[in-house]
Design a protein around this ligand. Structure first.
Ligand code: IFM
Length: 462
């Protein structure tokens, strides 16, 4: 019977877990926090399954000590969280809300006291509502406000936070927020979505400059992208693959890492926008030296050309791709309907390393939703999540063995939380959160991950 050998990771490999502010904090109207686009969106009937909101979420804001204890017992070397912009700068202006900042200060100190390195993401989708009212990410000024926010956070926390992530998954912010409208703010404006892409890229570059100017050395600055590993059904789908890759990946990698939008992206979207919102020197500003590239990976993408026909349907995040079919891939699937295929992760990491060998990589999110059940004996037997994590960590080990410079891995997520338009119906946590009591229970995967972290080794499944 074939066995999968245990895989040992480098000694200095960083093991962590991740969450995001709106998904876990709750306390939406407390201590001076202002509204974000996700407060507005989730309170709009029909936008989020079951009418769920992040008002309470996991109540992490009030259960900070308990959650810090969980992280300490997991033994992780790092915790990736995001700062809620409207909690620290309500309205997105320049008035610092001390009580909001104090929460992050306590979080950071609590992590450091427990030997856990804080990894702070500045923007995980919760734009202050007032900035959306003024135009949102399609509007250039939002990038400038974002840079000011980065500056304030670098000043306030940069003495203790040494790893910073500017944006989380700008693909989602731009295309799901402004093209398909399934995420906040729920707009369906393809030209606006491409303007959002640009202002997110610009805001990223300005934020890197702001962090470098304020955070104490040796600050590491990164961005997290949900890069899509795109495959074609056959060789004749190469053009479709290239177009989807341009929109999904190179729209961000191009300006951020090479200082230029790819020509084929500009051409493919010419009927939607003339890209006049890109000012001279913006691309150079977006392109700042990075210490790490954060990679979020869940599943690969499979596409096929539609033979010239275009599909009308609900607003799509895939601008100028009406002639591309997104093909359902073979199972097994997670509860999100995403196919489980870890080979895409190895291939993606090797592509990134091949393209830019000197840029270290970090898996800033990877994980799976399953319909977990808290059994009568108090256990959550989530063996499918253990299998998912084992497969994907093995895929990371394969990439490292083949030469990729991967420095760390963060499980998404520390605990079950508000899964955006799906509300609380999808459970991604390695810690189970009871929706009535908000009690936390370690799932089998949390015990498994604690052992992985302690030994630096992914064990043989037998
Ligand atoms: O929950 C999200 C997270 O906020 C961003 N990355 C993907 C996760 C699962 O959908």
């Amino acid at each position: 019977m074939p066995t999968t050998p245990a895989r040992a990771f480098p000694e200095d490999f960083l093991w962590g877990t991740a969450t995001a502010a709106y998904q876990v904090e709750g306390a939406a109207a407390e201590d001076g926090r202002g509204p974000s686009i996700w407060d507005t969106f989730s309170h709009t009937p029909g936008r989020v399954d079951h009418g769920d909101t992040g008002d309470v979420a996991c109540d992490h804001y009030h259960r900070l000590e308990e959650d810090l204890g969980i992280l300490a017992r997991l033994g992780v070397g790092a915790y990736r969280f995001s700062i809620s912009w409207p909690r620290v700068l309500p309205g997105g202006g320049d008035r610092l809300n001390r009580r909001g900042l104090d929460f992050y200060s306590r979080l950071v100190d609590g992590l450091l006291e427990r030997g856990v390195a804080p990894v702070a993401t500045l923007y995980h989708w919760d734009l202050p509502q007032e900035l959306e009212d003024a135009g949102g990410w399609p509007h250039r000024d939002t990038a400038l406000r974002f840079a000011e926010y980065a500056h304030r956070m670098g000043e306030a926390l940069g003495d203790r936070v040494h790893t910073w992530i500017t944006l989380n998954e700008p693909w989602c912010s731009a295309y799901l927020g402004y093209a398909s409208g399934v995420h906040a703010p729920g707009r369906t404006d393809p030209a606006g979505a491409l303007a959002a892409v640009h202002h997110l890229n610009l805001g990223h570059g300005l934020a890197v400059q702001a962090l470098r100017a304020t955070a104490a050395p040796p600050a590491r600055v990164a961005v997290t992208l949900n890069l899509h590993h795109v495959r074609g059904v056959s060789e004749r789908d190469a053009e479709a693959v290239r177009r989807v890759d341009a929109l999904a990946n190179r729209a961000f990698l191009g300006p951020m890492l090479d200082g230029a939008y790819p020509r084929d992206l500009i051409e493919a979207t010419a009927s939607v926008t003339d890209w006049a919102f890109v000012h001279d020197s913006d691309e150079a500003t977006a392109c700042q030296a990075l210490d790490l590239l954060g990679v979020n990976y869940y599943s690969p993408v499979l596409v096929r050309a539609r033979d010239g026909e275009t599909a009308d349907g609900p607003a799509s995040p895939w601008i100028a791709c009406g002639d591309v079919e997104f093909v359902r891939q073979p199972g097994p699937y997670t509860e999100m309907g995403w196919s489980i295929d870890e080979t895409g992760l190895t291939e993606l990491l090797l592509r990134l390393h091949g393209d830019r060998p000197s840029l270290p990589l970090m898996i800033t999110e990877n994980g799976a939703a399953f319909a977990d059940v808290l059994d009568g004996d108090g256990r959550v037997r989530d063996e499918r999540r253990v299998d998912y994590l084992r497969r994907h960590l093995t895929a990371v080990a394969d990439a490292i063995d083949a030469g990729a410079d991967v420095r760390g891995y963060f499980v998404w997520s520390l605990m079950d939380n508000f899964e955006w338009a799906h509300g609380y119906a999808k459970r991604f946590g390695i810690v189970y959160v009871d929706r009535e009591t908000l009690d936390r229970t370690w799932k089998d995967s949390a015990h498994w991950y604690r052992d992985v972290v302690a030994t630096g080794t992914v064990p043989d499944p037998s």
